[in-house]
Design a protein around this ligand. Structure first.
Ligand code: PGA
Length: 251
């Protein structure tokens, strides 16, 4: 059985004080209630240290939204995986479509980052997904296959235990359009097939695949009930503690 994982991707929202407040509200909702899912939050880089301090004894995992593929050096404006590890991060989201689209991240760059994050002892959430144009051209599977294969190039089977893949159709992100549970399930199943061909049935069966793109409490249960959907990467709906908590309870 795979333990589901739901992560709130806060993107460029919430200053450090507001980030701490949101985590505290979430902690109050969770209280001592047992959840059936692993939970993570991904504040901006600026808020990571402050949020890390209040999460030190909490089951909520601290996630970063990006990092560089070098350890240190002349890379103005960047932070490294080792730095994230040192301040208590558990996961790094890599290859989000907004990074691919606005910051020109290629599959090769994503792969370099995946390697560096694993080398630093952290876990990876690697995002893949097709644009609307690609879906309409009926090349969703080709795009996803390329992103998965290139993103995981050179990653060992044992390191795959620290990799989560997030399938996020670009046309569903922040648009209010969600993939139907069956559309999402089809791609999730296909991703598991790719990972089977790259590694083994065992590795593929252990891999957690999150769905992302306009997930909210009203549609989470239906999506999470699909066989190959092991959680969610939640943008807008993770910025309100109660709504995010309801999504967590959808398992
Ligand atoms: P959304 O974003 O839930 O606001 O669509 C998801 C994501 O980009 O991770």
């Amino acid at each position: 059985m795979r333990e589901p994982i739901v992560v709130g991707n806060w993107k460029m929202n919430k200053n450090p004080d507001a980030s701490v407040q949101l985590v505290q509200e979430l902690q109050a909702f969770i209280g001592t209630n047992g959840l059936k899912t692993q939970v993570g939050v991904a504040p901006t880089s600026l808020s990571l240290v402050k949020v890390s301090e209040i999460l030190s004894n909490s089951p909520i995992k601290l996630c970063a939204q990006n990092c560089h593929y070098e350890d240190d050096g002349a890379f103005t404006g960047e932070i490294s995986a080792t730095m994230l590890q040192e301040i208590g991060c558990n996961y790094v989201i890599l290859g989000h479509s907004e990074r691919r689209q606005y910051f020109h991240e290629t599959d090769e760059v994503v792969n370099q980052k995946v390697k560096k994050v694993l080398e630093a002892g952290l876990n990876v959430i690697m995002c893949v997904g097709e644009t609307l144009e690609e879906r309409e051209q009926d090349i969703t599977n080709q795009v996803v296959e390329r992103q998965v294969k290139k993103g995981l190039k050179g990653i060992s089977a044992s390191d795959m235990d620290r990799v989560v893949i997030a399938y996020e159709p670009v046309w569903a992100i922040g648009t209010g359009k969600t993939a139907t549970p069956q559309q999402a399930e089809d791609v999730h199943r296909f991703i598991r097939e790719i990972v089977t061909s790259l590694y083994s049935v065992d590795v593929a069966n252990r891999l957690r695949i999150q769905y992302g793109g306009s997930v909210k409490s009203a549609n989470a249960k239906e999506l999470f009930s699909m066989e190959n959907i092991d959680g969610g990467l939640i943008g807008g709906a993770s910025l309100k503690a109660e709504e995010f908590y309801k999504i967590l309870c959808s398992f």
